[in-house]
Ligand binder design. Structure first.
Ligand code: GAR
Length: 205
């Protein structure tokens, strides 16, 4: 019933998952010194470093990454700030059991620098999305979204912080739904058994 979490950096989403009691079997980072590794170690959760730079190709990196994941036989693979584009082969291996959190209201602002791009576009609502991972970047079936207002005077940093607070709320929720077997995928759309809200509107910070 456990999950493996893939990270590349700070690890605040990992921390939110742990705080929520999500059973994390191990944390794997592709970046040495990623903050999330220390967060995991502090809680006694096994960590592993698989540095993409150590491998001659994407496929070679992913073969070792997949071997590390599969050794733990997790029910779910959770990408939490894992900043590595993976091949279709890797995605297929975990089809239907790999989640990602993305800092925008997809399908708007797939890719990088989402907060800067949201501000530049002048959108008035921004947010985050938890979705199943499919071969197309940031485009898999949407599990839950949280929306926040874009306020006058926002910078990319203030907006990112507002969105991140929602990431920490919705990601554990989505992971728990998955582990409880409550996600139903029909025609590429996700429904939650029991009818819990799959959208959050937060206007209070
Ligand atoms: C989060 O904002 C997450 O949405 C984003 O990286 C940050 C990681 O923060 N992920 C992506 O942009 C993936 N495309 P964290 O390390 O503190 O969880």
């Amino acid at each position: 019933m456990s999950v493996v979490v893939l990270i590349s950096g700070r690890g605040s989403n990992l921390e939110a998952l742990l705080r929520a009691g999500i059973p994390v079997a191990a944390v794997i980072s592709n970046v040495a010194g990623a903050g999330g590794l220390a967060i995991a170690s502090k809680r006694g959760i096994p960590t592993k470093l698989v540095k993409h730079g150590d491998f001659p190709s994407r496929e070679a990196f992913e073969a070792v990454l997949a071997a590390e994941i599969d050794r733990l036989a997790p029910k779910l693979v959770v990408c939490a700030g894992f900043m590595r584009i993976v091949t279709a082969g890797f995605v297929e291996r975990y089809a239907g059991r790999m989640l990602n959190v993305h800092p925008s209201l997809l399908p708007a602002f797939a890719g990088l620098h989402t907060h800067e791009r949201a501000l530049a576009a002048g959108v008035k609502v921004h947010g985050c999305t938890v979705h199943l991972v499919t071969p197309e970047l940031d485009a898999g079936p949407i599990v839950i979204q949280a929306a926040v207002p874009v306020r006058d005077g926002d910078t990319a940093d203030t907006l990112a912080a507002r969105v991140l607070r929602q990431e920490h709320l919705v990601y554990p929720r989505a992971v728990r739904w998955f582990l409880e077997g409550r996600l139903v995928i029909e025609n590429g759309l996700v429904r939650v058994k029991g009818g819990d809200a799959q959208c959050i509107f937060s206007d209070n910070d």
